[in-house]
Structures are given as structure tokens and as C-alpha cells.
Design a protein around this ligand. Sequence first.
Ligand SMILES: C[S@@+](CC[C@H](N)C(=O)[O-])C[C@H]1O[C@@H](n2cnc3c(N)ncnc32)[C@H](O)[C@@H]1O
Length: 266
Amino acid sequence: MSILEKLAKYHKSDKLGAHNYISIYEKYMISKKNKQVNLLEIGIGGYIDGNYSNELIGGNSLRIWRDYFKKGKIAGLDIYKKKLNLGNRVKIFQGSQNSAESLDKIIKKYRKFDFIIDDGSHFYKDIVFSFKYLFESLKEGGYYFIEDTQTSYLREFKGDGFYLNNNKTAINYFKKIIDKINYNEIENPYYRPDYFAKNITEIHFYHNLIVIKKEKNLEKSTILVNNRRLVSGHNLLKLRTLIKNIKYFSLYLKGKINSFLNIVKI
Ligand SMILES: C[S@@+](CC[C@H](N)C(=O)[O-])C[C@H]1O[C@@H](n2cnc3c(N)ncnc32)[C@H](O)[C@@H]1O
């Protein structure tokens, strides 16, 4: 049994057993075990009859991170007030993961994180809000984890088990990151990479868990230059380039019409 598994067992975490997350976490965390990492986990937990509001219980996973990263600084955020004494390396914040004000307080204190874990509300809007807001505060080489993505398929969490392409689920939001990672390979000179495209090099979809690596995404295409195929030849070069540009523009319009039709369909 690995150290992280032992800690998860000792602190009675559902990240081991009920879910199979611990060995995955360890894969991404082990190289920083003895470093002075900053880690934020959204969702402190601890419930009685499905109610998380009891302020004296919870913090199982914060205890794991505290004991695993002996030099680490750990922050926990929960919508409910939690009065837990987890030692001076663990700070607890009350607030919602969809509130810029709440997240700003944490960012102000820690500035940058090595690891961010979203185990909070599991609603699409909250997950995406936190991800978009916090991603800039992840260090180069850092990892962002989103737990319990099965909620994308569950009605209780406004997920959709019938229309699997529903745009308003976390799983579909993150599937689109695949295109961003490959932005240099997209044959479309109108494509504009955003911050996420330029700063994500890996996304891993595990059973109920997504892992994203923040790293400068600089790998060039072996085929395209600035998202277009260069035209070869001499005499006809200008004419060919013109034809290619017209073709690209018509494909651009076609793409816009298709995405409009997709929105209307939903
Ligand atoms: C599954 S529990 C977290 C368990 C904990 N991470 C662990 O592994 O021991 C989910 C927690 O998210 C909190 N939560 C729900 N909605 C939230 C929100 N909008 N912002 C922050 N926390 C939220 C709940 O109060 C609950 O404590």
C-alpha cells in the first residue's frame, strides 16, 4: 500500500474505496511530496444524513494533504462554516466556489497553487466558474483535478444522461479542451487560441475524475503554419493562395452556420 493510500485509509477518505482516486492523485503528486507546495481543495466535507452544514465535522481530505506534503500549505474552501483545527499549515475559508470575492481572498493569500482540487458542489456552473477563475493561479507544471464527474450524467446535479452532447455539463466543457491542446493543428486561419489553449498540455479523463496539466503549449504543427496549409508552386502561387483563402473563408462561414444550428437544436 502506498503512503497516500495509507493516509487515505487512516483518515477514512472516500477518495479510496468508494472512489478510486488516490492512486491517480499519487501519480501526479509524488514528485512534489517533499516540496513546499500550495494546495487548494474546494469542498471540505463531513456530513450527517446528507447535510454538510455541521461545522465540527469534515476535513478528511485536508488531513491527507497535510500529512502527505509535510512542508505544504493547504487551503480548504467550503460554502459552510467549518470550525476544524487542522494545524497551522491548513487554513479554512468559508465561501462559494462560484464567488469571485471568495476565491480572491484565497488567491490573495497564496498567489499560486501547485494543485487545485474541485470536490465542491459538482454543478456544471460552479465547476466551470472555479476552473476559469482559478486556472491563472495554478503554477506552471501544476495540476487541476475535478472529482465526481459522473454528476454530468445525473439529473440531481442538472446533468444529462439522455443527450450526451449537452453543452451544459462539465464533462462536455472539458472535452473541448482536447481541441485547445491541439490548437496549432487546426486548419482554420480564423481560429484564435485562448489562455487555456496556450497553457494546457495534458487532459486525462479517468472514471469520474479529470486531471489537467498547466504548461506552456508551444508544440508547433508539422503540417500547418499559423493554422493554414502553405501553397506550393511558383507561377500560380498567387492565384492558388487566393483560391485557398476563399476556400478557408467559405469553410469559416460554414463552421459558423453549423455552430448556430447546433445551438438552435439544443
Ligand atoms: C463531497 S464533499 C467534500 C469532501 C472532501 N473533499 C473530502 O474528500 O473529504 C462536498 C463539499 O462541498 C461543499 N460545497 C457545496 N457547494 C459548494 C460551493 N458552492 N462552494 C464551496 N463548497 C461547496 C459542501 O458543503 C461539502 O462540504
